[in-house]
Design a binder for this molecule. Structure first.
Ligand code: FMN
Length: 200
């Protein structure tokens, strides 16, 4: 796939084929892509924990907040839950002054990961809405700050991009056929002319 097509295809997916496991080598390969991303000061403070064990997945799942705009949907039902998680942590002993840029590193790293996954037909969801209990569930040492969970699996839902015009180009929605629609602001709405940045 050309990079532009891959970027368009790399959408957030929240319902998965839970019966289809993702192999350890594939998951390690995704972390390998994540670790190659740019890093402030090249400090590379991000660490990753791969979770595939079913009992641990069952403990991670209740910590996660899904799709805030889909008010009537509590998250994926049994059978549609993630087949794996990659939990992103910050090694405070390795971040130094670059700690303030850790979230930029995180965006780059997780986009690498999700692009590499999509290329293999695996999709995911970054989840920042996570209960603090996740650190206890995973036995995370004080040295590590929790950053993000990336849920992963083979997709069990269709997602389509929309050109988001109007007043609310933000809210994603699900239609009566269960297709997830995700609006994006139009190109001309995100391009600001130099000297014209004071208002819209
Ligand atoms: C930093 C970040 C945090 C996110 N946290 C959550 C979350 O807690 N729960 C969730 O269901 N989706 C979460 N998402 C997914 C966004 O809702 C999703 O990216 C957005 O709807 C746009 O869809 P797209 O990724 O297909 O472009 C998060 C995305 C990002 C980038």
């Amino acid at each position: 796939m050309m990079i532009a097509d891959l970027i368009r295809a790399t959408r957030t997916v929240r319902r998965y084929r839970e019966d289809l496991a993702i192999g350890d080598a594939v998951l390690r390969g995704l972390v390998d892509l994540a670790r190659l991303g740019g890093s402030a000061g090249n400090r590379q403070p991000l660490r990753y924990t791969i979770v595939t064990d079913q009992r641990l997945r069952e403990q991670v799942f209740p910590c996660l907040g899904w799709a805030g705009y889909l008010r009537d949907w509590p998250g994926p039902a049994e059978g549609e839950r993630p087949a794996a998680y990659i939990v992103c942590l910050l090694d405070r002993d390795r971040s130094g002054a670059a700690e303030k840029h850790a979230h930029i590193d995180l965006g780059i790293a997780t986009q690498n990961l999700l692009l590499g996954a999509a290329e293999q037909g695996i999709y995911g969801c970054r989840i920042a809405s996570v209960a603090p209990a996740i650190k206890r569930v995973l036995g995370v040492d004080e040295r590590y700050g929790f950053l993000l969970v990336v849920a992963l699996g083979y997709p069990a839902e269709q997602v389509v991009l929309e050109e988001g015009g109007g007043d609310d180009p933000v809210r994603y929605w699900r239609d009566k056929n269960g297709v997830h629609h995700v609006p994006k602001r139009r190109l001309d709405d995100v391009l600001l002319l130099p000297g014209k940045t004071a208002g819209e």
